[in-house]
Write a protein that binds this ligand. Sequence first.
Ligand code: PLP
Length: 470
Amino acid sequence: MGGKKLDNTSSNGNGTNADNNNSNNGAVGANSNNFNSNPNTTTLKITVKPPPATIHQSPVINLDRGDPSVFEPYWKKNGGKCTITISGHESLSYFSDPHSVCWYMEPELQDAIRRVHLIVGNARTEGYHVVVGTGSTILFQAALYALSSSSAVVAQPMKVVCAAPYYSQYKEQVELLQSRLYEWGGDANTYDDEDKTAPFIEVVTSPNNPDGSLREATVANKTENGGKLIHDLAYYWPNYTPITRPEDHDIMLFTLTKCTGHAGSRIGWALVKDVAVAQKMTSFMQITTIGVSKDSQLRAARILQVVADDCESKAGAFGYGGDDADRTFFGECRKVMAGRWEKLREAVKGNDVFGLPKYPKRYCNFSGRYFQPAPAFGWLECKEGYDASALMKANNVLTRGGDTFGASNRYTRISMIGREEEFDRFLERISGIHCVNEDEDKEGEEGLVVIHDNNGNARRGNGNFLHEVK
Ligand SMILES: Cc1ncc(COP(=O)(O)O)c(C=O)c1O
Protein backbone atom coordinates (compact mmCIF):
# COMPACT_ATOMS: atom_id res chain seq x y z
CA MET A 1 0.00 0.00 0.00
CA GLY A 2 2.77 2.43 -0.80
CA GLY A 3 3.62 2.39 2.87
CA LYS A 4 0.91 4.89 3.81
CA LYS A 5 -1.47 3.61 6.42
CA LEU A 6 -4.94 5.07 6.32
CA ASP A 7 -6.04 6.70 9.53
CA ASN A 8 -9.54 5.58 10.25
CA THR A 9 -9.48 5.81 14.00
CA SER A 10 -13.03 6.60 14.88
CA SER A 11 -14.02 8.90 17.67
CA ASN A 12 -15.43 7.00 20.61
CA GLY A 13 -16.89 10.16 22.07
CA ASN A 14 -15.58 9.46 25.56
CA GLY A 15 -16.07 12.90 26.93
CA THR A 16 -13.61 14.76 24.78
CA ASN A 17 -14.81 17.86 22.98
CA ALA A 18 -17.80 18.16 25.29
CA ASP A 19 -19.16 21.58 24.54
CA ASN A 20 -22.47 23.23 24.91
CA ASN A 21 -21.46 26.60 23.63
CA ASN A 22 -24.51 27.53 21.61
CA SER A 23 -22.82 30.24 19.64
CA ASN A 24 -20.53 27.71 18.03
CA ASN A 25 -22.42 25.24 15.97
CA GLY A 26 -19.38 23.01 15.78
CA ALA A 27 -19.99 22.04 12.21
CA VAL A 28 -18.03 18.97 11.35
CA GLY A 29 -17.62 19.02 7.63
CA ALA A 30 -15.89 16.91 5.09
CA ASN A 31 -12.50 18.31 6.11
CA SER A 32 -12.72 16.89 9.54
CA ASN A 33 -12.93 13.37 8.29
CA ASN A 34 -10.30 11.00 9.41
CA PHE A 35 -8.17 10.79 6.32
CA ASN A 36 -5.48 13.34 5.74
CA SER A 37 -5.63 14.31 2.10
CA ASN A 38 -2.31 15.13 0.59
CA PRO A 39 -2.83 17.74 -2.14
CA ASN A 40 0.62 16.99 -3.55
CA THR A 41 -0.21 13.41 -4.30
CA THR A 42 -0.26 12.96 -8.03
CA THR A 43 -0.74 9.26 -8.35
CA LEU A 44 -2.03 7.02 -5.71
CA LYS A 45 -2.33 3.34 -6.02
CA ILE A 46 -4.79 1.60 -3.80
CA THR A 47 -5.27 -2.07 -4.03
CA VAL A 48 -8.38 -3.59 -2.64
CA LYS A 49 -9.09 -7.23 -2.20
CA PRO A 50 -11.95 -8.10 -4.50
CA PRO A 51 -15.17 -9.43 -3.07
CA PRO A 52 -15.60 -13.19 -3.27
CA ALA A 53 -16.69 -14.50 -6.66
CA THR A 54 -20.05 -15.40 -5.12
CA ILE A 55 -20.83 -11.82 -4.16
CA HIS A 56 -23.34 -11.36 -6.98
CA GLN A 57 -25.36 -14.24 -5.64
CA SER A 58 -25.80 -12.45 -2.33
CA PRO A 59 -28.72 -10.08 -2.03
CA VAL A 60 -28.27 -6.46 -3.06
CA ILE A 61 -28.17 -4.23 -0.01
CA ASN A 62 -29.85 -0.95 -0.78
CA LEU A 63 -28.58 1.89 1.40
CA ASP A 64 -29.13 4.50 -1.27
CA ARG A 65 -32.55 5.67 -0.12
CA GLY A 66 -33.25 7.49 3.12
CA ASP A 67 -36.39 5.48 3.79
CA PRO A 68 -36.99 5.73 7.54
CA SER A 69 -37.97 2.18 8.57
CA VAL A 70 -35.62 2.35 11.56
CA PHE A 71 -38.36 3.41 13.97
CA GLU A 72 -40.85 0.75 12.83
CA PRO A 73 -40.10 -1.58 15.79
CA TYR A 74 -40.84 1.29 18.18
CA TRP A 75 -44.17 1.97 16.52
CA LYS A 76 -45.05 -1.73 16.39
CA LYS A 77 -44.75 -1.76 20.15
CA ASN A 78 -46.18 1.66 20.90
CA GLY A 79 -48.32 2.61 17.93
CA GLY A 80 -51.71 1.48 19.25
CA LYS A 81 -52.60 4.94 20.49
CA CYS A 82 -52.03 6.40 17.03
CA THR A 83 -55.05 4.69 15.52
CA ILE A 84 -57.65 7.09 14.18
CA THR A 85 -60.99 6.48 12.52
CA ILE A 86 -62.29 8.74 9.79
CA SER A 87 -65.94 8.19 8.95
CA GLY A 88 -67.37 8.50 5.46
CA HIS A 89 -68.90 11.90 6.14
CA GLU A 90 -65.68 13.47 7.42
CA SER A 91 -62.92 15.35 5.60
CA LEU A 92 -65.09 16.22 2.60
CA SER A 93 -64.34 19.91 2.33
CA TYR A 94 -61.19 21.48 0.92
CA PHE A 95 -61.24 23.94 3.81
CA SER A 96 -60.12 23.51 7.38
CA ASP A 97 -59.35 26.72 9.20
CA PRO A 98 -60.47 30.05 7.73
CA HIS A 99 -58.66 31.89 10.55
CA SER A 100 -55.26 30.55 9.61
CA VAL A 101 -53.04 31.85 6.79
CA CYS A 102 -52.79 28.21 5.79
CA TRP A 103 -56.54 27.73 5.37
CA TYR A 104 -56.37 24.02 4.47
CA MET A 105 -54.42 23.11 7.66
CA GLU A 106 -56.28 21.08 10.27
CA PRO A 107 -56.24 22.98 13.61
CA GLU A 108 -55.29 19.78 15.50
CA LEU A 109 -52.20 19.46 13.36
CA GLN A 110 -51.14 23.04 13.94
CA ASP A 111 -51.61 22.60 17.69
CA ALA A 112 -49.65 19.34 17.74
CA ILE A 113 -46.78 20.84 15.74
CA ARG A 114 -46.47 23.83 18.07
CA ARG A 115 -46.71 21.59 21.13
CA VAL A 116 -43.97 19.18 20.01
CA HIS A 117 -41.59 22.03 19.18
CA LEU A 118 -42.21 23.57 22.57
CA ILE A 119 -41.51 20.28 24.35
CA VAL A 120 -38.40 19.44 22.32
CA GLY A 121 -37.11 23.02 22.27
CA ASN A 122 -35.73 22.80 18.73
CA ALA A 123 -37.60 25.76 17.18
CA ARG A 124 -39.49 28.83 18.24
CA THR A 125 -43.08 28.87 17.14
CA GLU A 126 -44.48 31.98 18.78
CA GLY A 127 -44.82 34.70 16.16
CA TYR A 128 -44.51 32.11 13.39
CA HIS A 129 -47.09 30.99 10.84
CA VAL A 130 -47.36 27.28 10.14
CA VAL A 131 -47.73 26.16 6.52
CA VAL A 132 -48.36 22.47 5.90
CA GLY A 133 -47.21 20.56 2.83
CA THR A 134 -47.24 17.13 1.26
CA GLY A 135 -43.89 16.38 2.83
CA SER A 136 -41.41 19.18 3.23
CA THR A 137 -40.30 18.58 -0.36
CA ILE A 138 -43.12 20.65 -1.79
CA LEU A 139 -42.64 23.31 0.87
CA PHE A 140 -39.11 23.80 -0.39
CA GLN A 141 -40.60 24.60 -3.79
CA ALA A 142 -43.23 26.81 -2.15
CA ALA A 143 -40.50 28.72 -0.32
CA LEU A 144 -38.47 29.19 -3.52
CA TYR A 145 -41.56 30.57 -5.21
CA ALA A 146 -42.43 32.86 -2.30
CA LEU A 147 -38.92 34.29 -2.02
CA SER A 148 -38.19 34.69 -5.69
CA SER A 149 -41.51 36.09 -6.85
CA SER A 150 -41.60 38.96 -4.39
CA SER A 151 -39.48 41.33 -6.49
CA ALA A 152 -41.70 43.61 -8.55
CA VAL A 153 -39.77 42.87 -11.72
CA VAL A 154 -37.73 39.71 -11.95
CA ALA A 155 -34.76 40.81 -14.04
CA GLN A 156 -33.05 37.46 -13.95
CA PRO A 157 -33.59 34.20 -12.11
CA MET A 158 -32.45 34.25 -8.49
CA LYS A 159 -29.56 31.93 -7.78
CA VAL A 160 -30.22 29.17 -5.26
CA VAL A 161 -27.07 28.00 -3.50
CA CYS A 162 -26.21 25.50 -0.82
CA ALA A 163 -22.83 24.56 0.64
CA ALA A 164 -21.53 21.24 -0.67
CA PRO A 165 -21.99 18.50 0.18
CA TYR A 166 -25.68 19.36 -0.21
CA TYR A 167 -28.86 17.28 -0.23
CA SER A 168 -29.01 15.99 -3.78
CA GLN A 169 -32.70 16.77 -4.26
CA TYR A 170 -32.27 20.55 -4.02
CA LYS A 171 -30.53 20.83 -7.35
CA GLU A 172 -33.05 18.52 -9.01
CA GLN A 173 -35.98 20.44 -7.60
CA VAL A 174 -34.59 23.82 -8.54
CA GLU A 175 -33.88 22.70 -12.10
CA LEU A 176 -36.99 20.60 -12.70
CA LEU A 177 -39.27 23.25 -14.16
CA GLN A 178 -36.55 25.52 -15.54
CA SER A 179 -38.21 28.42 -13.83
CA ARG A 180 -37.63 32.01 -14.80
CA LEU A 181 -37.82 32.95 -11.13
CA TYR A 182 -34.85 30.99 -9.83
CA GLU A 183 -32.02 28.75 -10.97
CA TRP A 184 -29.42 26.51 -9.38
CA GLY A 185 -26.29 28.45 -8.36
CA GLY A 186 -24.33 25.48 -7.01
CA ASP A 187 -22.01 25.28 -4.04
CA ALA A 188 -22.41 28.22 -1.66
CA ASN A 189 -18.71 27.93 -0.75
CA THR A 190 -17.70 29.03 -4.21
CA TYR A 191 -20.62 31.36 -4.92
CA ASP A 192 -19.33 34.72 -6.02
CA ASP A 193 -21.91 36.79 -7.78
CA GLU A 194 -20.31 39.67 -9.69
CA ASP A 195 -23.35 41.80 -9.08
CA LYS A 196 -23.21 42.08 -5.30
CA THR A 197 -26.70 43.52 -5.17
CA ALA A 198 -28.32 40.58 -6.93
CA PRO A 199 -30.63 38.77 -4.53
CA PHE A 200 -30.06 35.08 -3.98
CA ILE A 201 -31.39 32.25 -1.85
CA GLU A 202 -29.21 30.07 0.35
CA VAL A 203 -30.43 26.76 1.68
CA VAL A 204 -28.99 25.74 5.03
CA THR A 205 -29.50 22.14 6.06
CA SER A 206 -28.68 21.46 9.68
CA PRO A 207 -27.89 18.76 10.62
CA ASN A 208 -26.78 18.32 7.07
CA ASN A 209 -27.77 15.57 4.68
CA PRO A 210 -25.42 13.85 3.73
CA ASP A 211 -22.62 14.48 6.24
CA GLY A 212 -24.49 15.22 9.48
CA SER A 213 -22.63 18.48 10.13
CA LEU A 214 -24.29 21.35 11.98
CA ARG A 215 -24.41 24.35 9.73
CA GLU A 216 -24.95 28.05 9.49
CA ALA A 217 -25.34 30.24 6.43
CA THR A 218 -22.23 30.39 4.27
CA VAL A 219 -22.81 33.47 2.11
CA ALA A 220 -26.10 34.96 3.24
CA ASN A 221 -25.66 37.39 6.17
CA LYS A 222 -22.12 38.06 4.97
CA THR A 223 -23.04 39.98 1.86
CA GLU A 224 -24.26 43.56 1.65
CA ASN A 225 -27.71 42.78 0.39
CA GLY A 226 -28.02 39.62 2.45
CA GLY A 227 -29.29 36.52 0.81
CA LYS A 228 -32.65 35.05 1.63
CA LEU A 229 -32.48 31.93 3.70
CA ILE A 230 -34.34 28.66 3.81
CA HIS A 231 -33.39 26.48 6.77
CA ASP A 232 -34.09 22.81 6.26
CA LEU A 233 -34.15 21.38 9.78
CA ALA A 234 -35.51 17.94 8.87
CA TYR A 235 -32.99 16.22 11.16
CA TYR A 236 -32.95 18.66 14.05
CA TRP A 237 -34.63 16.25 16.47
CA PRO A 238 -33.17 14.59 19.55
CA ASN A 239 -33.31 11.13 18.00
CA TYR A 240 -30.42 12.24 15.74
CA THR A 241 -28.64 15.15 17.34
CA PRO A 242 -28.34 17.12 20.58
CA ILE A 243 -30.81 20.00 20.72
CA THR A 244 -28.67 22.95 21.68
CA ARG A 245 -31.06 25.84 21.14
CA PRO A 246 -34.46 26.71 19.73
CA GLU A 247 -33.85 27.85 16.15
CA ASP A 248 -35.56 31.02 15.03
CA HIS A 249 -34.87 31.57 11.34
CA ASP A 250 -37.16 33.19 8.77
CA ILE A 251 -38.24 29.95 7.11
CA MET A 252 -37.71 26.60 8.85
CA LEU A 253 -38.72 23.34 7.21
CA PHE A 254 -39.56 20.20 9.18
CA THR A 255 -41.01 16.86 8.21
CA LEU A 256 -42.83 13.98 9.87
CA THR A 257 -40.68 11.73 7.64
CA LYS A 258 -37.58 12.21 9.76
CA CYS A 259 -39.16 13.30 13.04
CA THR A 260 -41.26 10.18 13.70
CA GLY A 261 -40.39 8.11 10.61
CA HIS A 262 -43.83 8.39 8.96
CA ALA A 263 -42.61 9.18 5.45
CA GLY A 264 -45.66 7.58 3.87
CA SER A 265 -48.07 10.07 5.42
CA ARG A 266 -46.31 12.79 3.41
CA ILE A 267 -46.66 15.55 5.96
CA GLY A 268 -44.15 18.37 6.35
CA TRP A 269 -44.45 21.86 7.73
CA ALA A 270 -42.80 25.24 7.49
CA LEU A 271 -42.48 27.74 10.33
CA VAL A 272 -42.52 31.12 8.64
CA LYS A 273 -41.88 34.48 10.29
CA ASP A 274 -43.17 36.83 7.63
CA VAL A 275 -46.89 36.64 6.99
CA ALA A 276 -46.51 37.72 3.35
CA VAL A 277 -44.10 34.83 2.72
CA ALA A 278 -46.46 32.40 4.48
CA GLN A 279 -49.32 33.65 2.30
CA LYS A 280 -47.28 33.16 -0.86
CA MET A 281 -46.28 29.67 0.19
CA THR A 282 -49.92 28.88 0.87
CA SER A 283 -50.97 30.17 -2.53
CA PHE A 284 -48.27 27.99 -4.14
CA MET A 285 -49.89 25.01 -2.38
CA GLN A 286 -53.33 26.19 -3.44
CA ILE A 287 -52.35 26.46 -7.09
CA THR A 288 -50.37 23.22 -7.25
CA THR A 289 -52.43 20.86 -5.08
CA ILE A 290 -55.33 22.82 -3.48
CA GLY A 291 -54.06 21.89 -0.05
CA VAL A 292 -52.90 18.71 1.66
CA SER A 293 -54.80 15.49 2.41
CA LYS A 294 -56.87 16.01 5.54
CA ASP A 295 -56.73 12.29 6.28
CA SER A 296 -52.95 12.49 6.41
CA GLN A 297 -53.05 15.66 8.47
CA LEU A 298 -55.32 14.05 11.04
CA ARG A 299 -53.09 11.00 11.28
CA ALA A 300 -49.99 13.19 11.63
CA ALA A 301 -51.71 15.25 14.31
CA ARG A 302 -52.52 12.09 16.25
CA ILE A 303 -48.95 10.76 15.97
CA LEU A 304 -47.48 14.06 17.16
CA GLN A 305 -49.99 14.21 20.02
CA VAL A 306 -48.94 10.72 21.08
CA VAL A 307 -45.27 11.75 20.98
CA ALA A 308 -46.02 14.91 22.98
CA ASP A 309 -48.15 13.01 25.56
CA ASP A 310 -45.39 10.44 25.90
CA CYS A 311 -42.80 13.15 26.60
CA GLU A 312 -45.04 14.93 29.07
CA SER A 313 -45.96 11.77 30.93
CA LYS A 314 -42.28 10.93 31.39
CA ALA A 315 -41.07 14.38 32.30
CA GLY A 316 -39.61 14.37 35.80
CA ALA A 317 -40.11 17.07 38.39
CA PHE A 318 -37.51 19.22 36.63
CA GLY A 319 -38.80 18.80 33.11
CA TYR A 320 -37.48 16.57 30.39
CA GLY A 321 -34.07 15.27 31.11
CA GLY A 322 -31.78 12.37 31.94
CA ASP A 323 -33.43 9.00 32.43
CA ASP A 324 -36.91 10.40 31.86
CA ALA A 325 -35.98 11.72 28.45
CA ASP A 326 -34.28 8.41 27.60
CA ARG A 327 -37.61 6.61 27.95
CA THR A 328 -39.49 8.90 25.57
CA PHE A 329 -39.98 8.23 21.87
CA PHE A 330 -36.98 10.44 21.11
CA GLY A 331 -34.82 8.81 23.75
CA GLU A 332 -35.68 5.26 22.64
CA CYS A 333 -35.02 6.11 19.01
CA ARG A 334 -31.77 7.87 19.85
CA LYS A 335 -30.56 4.66 21.48
CA VAL A 336 -31.31 2.77 18.28
CA MET A 337 -29.46 5.32 16.14
CA ALA A 338 -26.51 5.48 18.55
CA GLY A 339 -26.32 1.66 18.53
CA ARG A 340 -26.13 1.61 14.75
CA TRP A 341 -23.38 4.23 14.74
CA GLU A 342 -21.40 2.32 17.29
CA LYS A 343 -21.59 -0.80 15.15
CA LEU A 344 -20.68 1.12 12.00
CA ARG A 345 -17.66 2.75 13.63
CA GLU A 346 -16.56 -0.64 14.89
CA ALA A 347 -16.84 -2.15 11.39
CA VAL A 348 -14.97 0.77 9.82
CA LYS A 349 -12.27 0.62 12.48
CA GLY A 350 -11.48 -2.90 11.46
CA ASN A 351 -11.03 -2.01 7.79
CA ASP A 352 -8.40 0.12 6.17
CA VAL A 353 -10.43 1.45 3.25
CA PHE A 354 -13.09 3.74 4.74
CA GLY A 355 -13.25 6.58 7.23
CA LEU A 356 -16.14 8.45 8.90
CA PRO A 357 -16.63 12.00 10.15
CA LYS A 358 -16.18 12.65 13.84
CA TYR A 359 -18.92 14.39 15.75
CA PRO A 360 -18.18 16.12 19.05
CA LYS A 361 -20.42 15.48 22.01
CA ARG A 362 -22.76 18.34 22.83
CA TYR A 363 -25.22 19.05 25.57
CA CYS A 364 -28.78 18.31 24.58
CA ASN A 365 -31.28 20.58 26.33
CA PHE A 366 -34.09 18.12 25.72
CA SER A 367 -32.26 15.05 27.00
CA GLY A 368 -30.40 16.77 29.81
CA ARG A 369 -27.13 15.06 28.89
CA TYR A 370 -24.16 15.18 26.54
CA PHE A 371 -24.18 12.91 23.56
CA GLN A 372 -22.67 12.49 20.14
CA PRO A 373 -24.88 13.04 17.09
CA ALA A 374 -26.06 9.88 15.37
CA PRO A 375 -27.03 11.22 11.93
CA ALA A 376 -29.49 9.59 9.57
CA PHE A 377 -26.72 9.03 7.01
CA GLY A 378 -23.16 7.82 7.13
CA TRP A 379 -20.78 9.81 4.94
CA LEU A 380 -18.05 7.35 4.12
CA GLU A 381 -14.73 8.59 2.81
CA CYS A 382 -12.14 6.60 0.91
CA LYS A 383 -8.58 7.51 0.11
CA GLU A 384 -7.89 9.72 -2.92
CA GLY A 385 -8.24 8.26 -6.39
CA TYR A 386 -10.96 6.02 -5.19
CA ASP A 387 -14.63 5.79 -6.21
CA ALA A 388 -16.40 4.87 -2.99
CA SER A 389 -19.84 4.08 -4.39
CA ALA A 390 -18.32 2.01 -7.22
CA LEU A 391 -16.46 -0.02 -4.67
CA MET A 392 -19.67 -0.48 -2.68
CA LYS A 393 -21.52 -1.47 -5.81
CA ALA A 394 -18.87 -4.05 -6.58
CA ASN A 395 -19.77 -5.52 -3.22
CA ASN A 396 -23.47 -5.48 -4.11
CA VAL A 397 -24.21 -2.49 -1.87
CA LEU A 398 -26.09 0.46 -3.36
CA THR A 399 -25.10 3.82 -1.92
CA ARG A 400 -25.29 7.39 -3.21
CA GLY A 401 -21.98 8.67 -4.57
CA GLY A 402 -20.41 11.97 -3.53
CA ASP A 403 -20.86 13.65 -6.92
CA THR A 404 -24.65 13.63 -6.41
CA PHE A 405 -24.07 15.94 -3.45
CA GLY A 406 -21.65 18.26 -5.23
CA ALA A 407 -18.70 16.48 -3.61
CA SER A 408 -15.96 14.08 -4.66
CA ASN A 409 -16.62 10.47 -5.51
CA ARG A 410 -14.22 9.53 -2.79
CA TYR A 411 -17.30 9.91 -0.62
CA THR A 412 -20.47 7.96 -0.59
CA ARG A 413 -23.61 8.21 1.51
CA ILE A 414 -25.19 5.27 3.25
CA SER A 415 -28.58 5.31 4.88
CA MET A 416 -28.53 4.60 8.61
CA ILE A 417 -32.32 4.56 8.87
CA GLY A 418 -33.31 1.45 6.96
CA ARG A 419 -34.26 -1.93 8.38
CA GLU A 420 -32.13 -3.60 11.02
CA GLU A 421 -31.52 -6.84 9.09
CA GLU A 422 -30.30 -4.96 6.03
CA PHE A 423 -28.06 -2.75 8.09
CA ASP A 424 -26.52 -5.74 9.86
CA ARG A 425 -25.90 -7.48 6.53
CA PHE A 426 -24.17 -4.32 5.37
CA LEU A 427 -21.89 -4.33 8.40
CA GLU A 428 -20.87 -7.89 7.63
CA ARG A 429 -20.15 -6.98 4.04
CA ILE A 430 -18.17 -3.83 4.77
CA SER A 431 -16.08 -5.79 7.24
CA GLY A 432 -14.93 -7.93 4.34
CA ILE A 433 -13.53 -5.00 2.31
CA HIS A 434 -9.79 -4.61 2.85
CA CYS A 435 -6.68 -3.27 1.24
CA VAL A 436 -4.15 -5.94 0.40
CA ASN A 437 -0.74 -6.02 2.05
CA GLU A 438 2.19 -4.26 0.42
CA ASP A 439 3.84 -7.49 -0.65
CA GLU A 440 0.59 -8.62 -2.28
CA ASP A 441 0.30 -5.33 -4.15
CA LYS A 442 1.15 -6.41 -7.64
CA GLU A 443 -1.06 -5.38 -10.50
CA GLY A 444 -2.25 -8.30 -12.54
CA GLU A 445 -1.98 -10.77 -9.75
CA GLU A 446 -4.85 -13.15 -9.55
CA GLY A 447 -7.85 -11.68 -7.77
CA LEU A 448 -6.54 -8.13 -7.30
CA VAL A 449 -8.32 -4.97 -8.30
CA VAL A 450 -6.10 -1.94 -8.71
CA ILE A 451 -7.37 1.62 -8.72
CA HIS A 452 -4.79 4.16 -9.69
CA ASP A 453 -5.86 7.49 -10.89
CA ASN A 454 -6.70 10.94 -9.60
CA ASN A 455 -9.74 11.58 -11.71
CA GLY A 456 -12.12 9.19 -10.06
CA ASN A 457 -11.59 6.65 -12.85
CA ALA A 458 -11.37 3.18 -11.54
CA ARG A 459 -9.42 0.66 -13.57
CA ARG A 460 -9.95 -3.04 -13.56
CA GLY A 461 -7.18 -5.33 -12.42
CA ASN A 462 -7.80 -8.94 -13.16
CA GLY A 463 -10.37 -9.40 -10.43
CA ASN A 464 -13.03 -8.45 -12.98
CA PHE A 465 -15.31 -6.61 -10.68
CA LEU A 466 -14.72 -2.94 -11.34
CA HIS A 467 -15.31 -3.67 -14.97
CA GLU A 468 -18.84 -4.65 -14.07
CA VAL A 469 -19.65 -1.58 -12.07
CA LYS A 470 -18.52 1.07 -14.51
C1 PLP B 1 -32.71 17.39 4.20
C2 PLP B 1 -34.03 16.86 3.75
N1 PLP B 1 -35.01 17.71 3.51
C3 PLP B 1 -36.20 17.28 3.08
C4 PLP B 1 -36.45 15.95 2.87
C5 PLP B 1 -37.79 15.54 2.30
O1 PLP B 1 -38.66 15.07 3.24
P1 PLP B 1 -40.18 14.81 2.92
O2 PLP B 1 -40.37 13.34 3.03
O3 PLP B 1 -40.91 15.54 3.98
O4 PLP B 1 -40.53 15.33 1.59
C6 PLP B 1 -35.45 15.02 3.09
C7 PLP B 1 -35.68 13.60 2.84
O5 PLP B 1 -34.80 12.78 2.85
C8 PLP B 1 -34.20 15.49 3.52
O6 PLP B 1 -33.17 14.66 3.73
